[in-house]
Structure formats: structure tokens, C-alpha cells
Ligand binder design. Structure first.
Ligand SMILES: Cc1cc2nc3c(=O)[nH]c(=O)nc-3n(C[C@H](O)[C@H](O)[C@H](O)COP(=O)(O)OP(=O)(O)OC[C@H]3O[C@@H](n4cnc5c(N)ncnc54)[C@H](O)[C@@H]3O)c2cc1C
Length: 568
């Protein structure tokens, strides 16, 4: 049975939630002027509904844009117990919807008329045309949708509930997946929240599934789902047509891949992006990027990635999330990419933007503690685990420096372990100064981790420092010791350097070096950290991803001139 908590038109009142859950109500729930309403009408048609009619439901992918002319539409979230709460209400000249309308992702809320209501329905395909052809209306809608999503995330609304213990690696993995994909959700810590117990009783998950569980739309329960299973259940992976030949397939949605997607899609290329985990890549694991142009106070990697993702989808790029490229067939055109779910993608050109993944310590016991005290990212999720305790950060580069500074704001004390004699040659000056000036960061030079101790969770770390052994009670260790290229899926297609990075441009024979980003196979390009000798910064990755699109146009033109045949 459904229970409804009423809300006021034009503003949001969730059952039990404060009534300021959405900031800037004028921009979050704008009323379009009459002149804009008229223009919207050109892309849709009038419809009238009785009260209680569902316009769309949670989980539906094919939902439309609705502009209310007269009456009220409620946006409904589930209450975690099979009923509904009204999260937002729209009155005359206000529109329904949320960010997912820009992609073909599933609806995060349901929409229902409260009373007899007259609307303009703009079907999905016309909606995409409208936001490009009417940029002033598109801007109002996009801003409203970003603010609505931000409100939902801030206040943990949106139909998904995660129940588990923060001391479980799977709970952390799932929560990190939801956060990095910008998915609003409620987290109930089974160790500390009485609500978690009542949620468990309500759904009676029983054994052998156990925790963590993810409850979707108040009805469906997933027991410890893998990322791909969760992405499918939440409808965040866009579907691709296996028969279609895309102009460009981008592998990896870090800064380089997202930039390539934005520029390719905005320049009219049919673009698909495959991302193994979540948009943002390594940058998504950074709490604050301070050297990216235009953000003087810094921006979190997740925020930057979320914005870039919306931008790419706005221009029509399709994003396959939680899908990995496992092999590339470059023997013929179009290129064919095999994915880990058994699907394949055909494309006339490929952009390798698969970046690099964190390096691990060479310790036998390491895998036992990964996610149970050993972390490779320092975002607010991990920061929250460190409050009031002593923490170790390993590494002497910028990512380690950022992590130490960020975590020192949460932890009692941060011990920074560096193998070398100082930080000057490996870390940016601004970070070195912050570490030196910090009262709760201690720098341990010439130090190397030699052991991790604990039963189920990390309890202590042993390291060798200047010929002495040190053991300290530590329950959170951050490993920031560099990264290795993610190139195994290229299965020998393109030339790699001795460390496994993709060789490009000037390193290759002159006749294939049409651009600095051309690989040894014409039509396959590499950008960002995965490229041999790249600078390995957010800005340079974004720059390379943007610029490579020019070369792709040239390649596609050449292909068209040769009627799809590869150049001799
Ligand atoms: C903690 C941290 C902090 C940092 N801070 C800064 C900073 O402040 N300023 C700065 O300029 N730089 C910073 N960097 C470096 C910066 O983040 C990287 O240079 C940048 O992210 C590289 O972008 P990229 O797109 O080339 O690769 P990545 O960011 O590595 O992204 C690659 C993406 O490809 C995906 N992928 C890999 N293999 C596959 C596959 N087979 N199929 C599908 N997808 C795949 C990965 O999941 C990943 O999302 C930081 C890095 C870290 C780790």
C-alpha cells in the first residue's frame, strides 16, 4: 500500500525531511515565462490527466518531459518501506524531471498528478532537440536538474538504500560506486543505526545473503551486488545497439575520455564511452584538485567528473558504466571491442583513454586488508572513517600530498611515509608547504612499509625507517604510490613502451604519426595518462582528449573517401 505525504506546489517537502532540502528554489523549480511555454509547446502536445495518474515510474527509462499548465504533479520517492513520500511538487509553468532525462538512464523518482492536471508532454526525442535548439530554455532546465540532483544527493533521497557495515570492504565498494556515479542514496550503518535494524526486519533478507544489501525502490533487494549488477538494477548503463557502427568508441571516462566524449559528441560524432567503474577515473578519487584552470578554490574530482558527464550526455554521447573493454580486434574495420558482459561494440575509430590504476604494495597480506583499512582513494567517504584516529599515508607524489593534507583535517594525526630523502622533487611546492606547516602531519623520510597486522581489520602498520623498525596502532592506511597503465585489454594491437604505456605520435614511424595522439594503428588514438610520456595531470588529460577529436575527423574523412576501406 502506498502512503503519501503532501507537499506544496513549487517547493519540496519530503516526509520527515527539512523543507530546505533544495537550495535556490527559484532556480531548482523555475516557472517558465509565457513566451517560453509557447516555445516548449512547439516540441510537444497537450494532455489532460485526472488526479492520481502516473506520468512515469521509478526505473522506467523511456520517460518524457512534462510542463504543467494547470494542476499539480508530485515527484515521489519511496519511503524505504514500500510506500511513497512526495519529494517535489510542480505547479503551473513548472516542469518535471531530473538529470537522467538527458540520457536514457532510468528515472530516479516517479511522477504522479495530484489533481486534474493539464500538461505539455515533450517526448524524449523532441526534448533532446528542444534543449539544443532553444539554448536559453535548455540552460534553465539543465541548471534546475543539476540542483535537483544535488539536493537529492545531499539529503540522501532517490529510492536507493544501502544497508551494511562500514568495516566491510563490499559495503565500502558499493558506497563508493554510488557516490562516484552521483547516485543519491541513503546509507544505514548496521553497526550504529537503529534504522538499519528496522530496515533489515522489514525486508527480512535472511541468510545466506547477509549484508550488505541494496534496496531499490523500496521493493527489490540485491545481496552484495557487483558493480555491473548494481548499475543494471539502477538503470545507469545506457544500452547500445550491437549492429550500429559508432564513429568513435572512447575507452575510459577519466578526464581524458570525458573530454574526448564532450568534444566528439558536440561536433556531431556518434560517440560511445565505456567505463569500467565510474566517470572521473583517478581524478574522481581526489578530494580537491586545486591546479585545474578556472577553479581557484579547487574542485573535487567527483564534482568535475559529474559535470563533464552531464555535458557529454547533453551532446548525445552514450555512456556504458560498469562495463570493461576486455579485448580489441583491430585486424579489420570497423574496429570491434569486446566487453566483459559478452557484448561488443563496433566503431570506425577508438580513443584509448583507459589511464592508469593504483600500484599495490608487494606484501602477501595486503589483499586481506584492502577495503578493511587499506585505501587507494582519499575522498570524504574514506575521510569519514578516520576521524579522531592516527593514519598512515604512503607516497611522495602529489596524490599522496593531497591525501595527507585532506585526511589531516579529519584524523588525529597523519604519518606520511616516503622512501626518498625529501619531497621537493616529487611534489608540488604548495603541498610541500602545507605539509611542513601542518601540526598533525609527521613526515617519515627513508621509510618503507614492511608489514600489515590485524585479525579481520587493519590494526597496526610496521615500517622500516632509517634502519629502525617502527610499529604503530593504525586502522587506516592510504596507498598513493603511483600507477600502472591499464593497457592489457589492447591485447597487442598497438605498440606499447617497455612499461606498458601506449606509444603515440612522434615516437612512431612518420607515415602513421598524423597527430601526437596517433598510435601504431591508424584510427586508434591514445590520450591522457595511458599515453607514453604524457604529463599526467587533469588539465593535460582534458587537453589531449579535446584535441584528439580534430584528428578523428581527419581519419573519418579519409575513411569516407576510401569507402570505409582502411588506408593502404
Ligand atoms: C588521488 C589523486 C589525486 C590527483 N590530484 C591531481 C591534481 O590535483 N591535479 C592534477 O592535475 N592531477 C591530479 N591527479 C592526476 C590525475 O588525476 C590524472 O592525471 C588524470 O586523472 C588522468 O586522466 P585519464 O583520463 O588519462 O586517466 P584516468 O583518470 O586513469 O581514467 C581512466 C579511466 O579508464 C577506466 N578504464 C580503465 N581500463 C578500462 C577498460 N578496460 N574498460 C573500460 N574502462 C577502463 C578507469 O576505470 C578510469 O575511470 C591525481 C591523481 C590521483 C590518483
Amino acid at each position: 500500500m502506498s502512503t503519501i505525504t503532501p507537499a506544496h506546489p513549487g517547493f519540496a517537502v519530503a516526509g520527515g525531511a527539512p523543507d530546505d532540502i533544495f537550495e535556490k528554489p527559484d532556480q531548482t523549480f523555475p516557472r517558465l515565462p509565457a513566451e517560453m511555454v509557447e516555445r516548449v509547446m512547439r516540441y510537444g502536445h497537450l494532455e489532460t490527466f485526472d488526479g492520481g495518474a502516473h506520468l512515469y515510474r521509478f526505473g522506467e527509462r523511456d520517460f518524457d518531459f512534462f510542463l504543467v499548465l494547470d494542476g499539480t504533479v508530485d515527484a515521489l520517492d519511496n519511503d524505504g518501506k514500500g510506500g511513497n513520500i512526495v519529494l517535489m511538487s510542480y505547479g503551473a509553468k513548472q516542469f518535471s524531471g531530473e538529470l537522467n532525462l538527458f540520457s536514457d538512464r532510468a528515472a530516479l523518482l516517479s511522477a504522479r498528478t495530484l489533481r486534474p492536471t493539464q500538461l505539455i508532454r515533450v517526448p524524449r526525442a523532441s526534448f533532446q532537440r528542444m534543449v539544443s535548439a532553444e539554448p536559453d530554455i535548455g540552460e534553465i532546465i539543465l541548471r534546475a536538474y543539476i540542483l535537483r540532483r544535488a539536493g537529492m544527493i545531499r539529503h540522501a533521497e532517490g529510492g536507493t538504500v544501502l544497508v551494511g557495515s562500514l568495516r566491510s570492504a563490499d559495503t565500502l565498494r558499493i558506497q563508493s560506486f554510488l557516490i562516484r556515479n552521483g547516485l543519491p542514496h541513503r546509507f544505514l550503518d548496521s553497526d550504529t543505526t537503529p534504522e538499519a535494524i528496522s530496515a533489515l526486519e522489514w525486508f527480512r533478507p535472511g541468510e545466506p545473503g547477509g549484508l550488505p544489501i541494496v534496496i531499490i525502490d523500496g521493493k527489490n533487494i540485491l545481496h552484495c551486488p557487483g558493480n555491473a549488477e548494481l548499475a543494471d538494477a539502477l538503470g545507469i548503463t545506457e544500452t547500445v545497439d550491437p549492429k550500429r557502427i559508432y564513429d568513435v568508441a572512447v575507452i575510459g571516462a577519466g578526464p581524458a575520455g570525458l573530454a574526448a566524449a564532450v568534444y566528439a559528441a558536440s561536433e556531431g560524432l556518434d560517440t560511445v564511452v565505456v567505463e569500467a567503474i565510474a566517470p572521473g577515473g583517478q581524478a574522481g578519487s581526489s578530494s580537491r584538485i586545486e591546479n585545474y584552470l578556472g577553479f581557484p578554490t579547487g574542485i573535487s574530482g567527483q564534482m568535475l567528473a559529474a559535470r563533464a558527464q552531464v555535458q557529454a550526455q547533453k551532446f548525445g554521447a552514450r555512456l556504458m558504466i560498469a562495463r570493461s573493454a576486455t579485448a580489441l580486434d583491430c585486424g579489420d574495420l570497423p574496429f570491434r571491442l569486446a566487453l566483459d558482459d559478452g557484448a561488443s561494440i563496433s566503431a570506425s575509430s577508438v580513443v584509448v583513454a583507459s589511464g592508469a590504476r593504483y600500484r599495490r604494495l608487494d606484501l602477501a597480506e595486503l589483499s586481506r586488508f584492502e577495503g578493511q583499512g587499506v585505501h587507494y582513494a582519499a575522498t570524504s567517504l574514506e575521510g569519514g572513517l578516520c576521524s579522531g584516529s592516527d593514519v598512515v599515508v604512503v607516497g611522495g607524489g602529489n596524490s599522496a600530498g593531497q591525501a595527507a593534507v585532506f585526511i589531516s583535517g579529519k584524523a588525529r594525526h597523519v604519518h606520511m611515509l616516503v622512501r626518498g630523502n625529501g619531497l621537493a622533487t616529487t611534489m608540488s611546492d604548495y603541498l610541500v608547504r602545507r605539509i611542513e606547516n601542518s601540526t598533525n602531519i609527521t613526515l617519515h623520510l627513508r621509510s618503507k612499509v614492511t608489514g600489515l597486522l590485524g585479525e579481520k581489520y587493519l590494526e597496526a602498520v610496521r615500517w622500516r625507517e632509517d634502519e629502525k623498525d617502527v610499529v604503530l596502532a593504525i586502522s587506516n592506511l592510504f596507498l598513493m604510490i603511483g600507477a600502472e597503465p591499464s593497457t592489457e585489454w589492447l591485447n597487442g594491437c598497438v605498440a606499447l613502451d617497455e612499461k606498458g604505456f601506449v606509444e603515440t605520435g612522434h615516437l612512431l614511424r612518420e607515415e602513421v604519426a598524423t597527430t601526437p595522439y596517433a598510435t601504431s594503428i591508424p584510427g586508434i588514438f591514445a590520450v591522457g595518462d595511458v599515453r607514453a610520456n604524457s604529463v599526467k595531470r587533469v588539465a593535460s588529460s582534458v587537453g589531449e582528449g579535446s584535441v584528439v577529436v580534430h584528428a578523428i575527423h581527419g581519419w573519418l574523412k579519409e575513411l569516407a573517401a576510401r569507402d570505409g576501406q582502411p588506408p593502404a
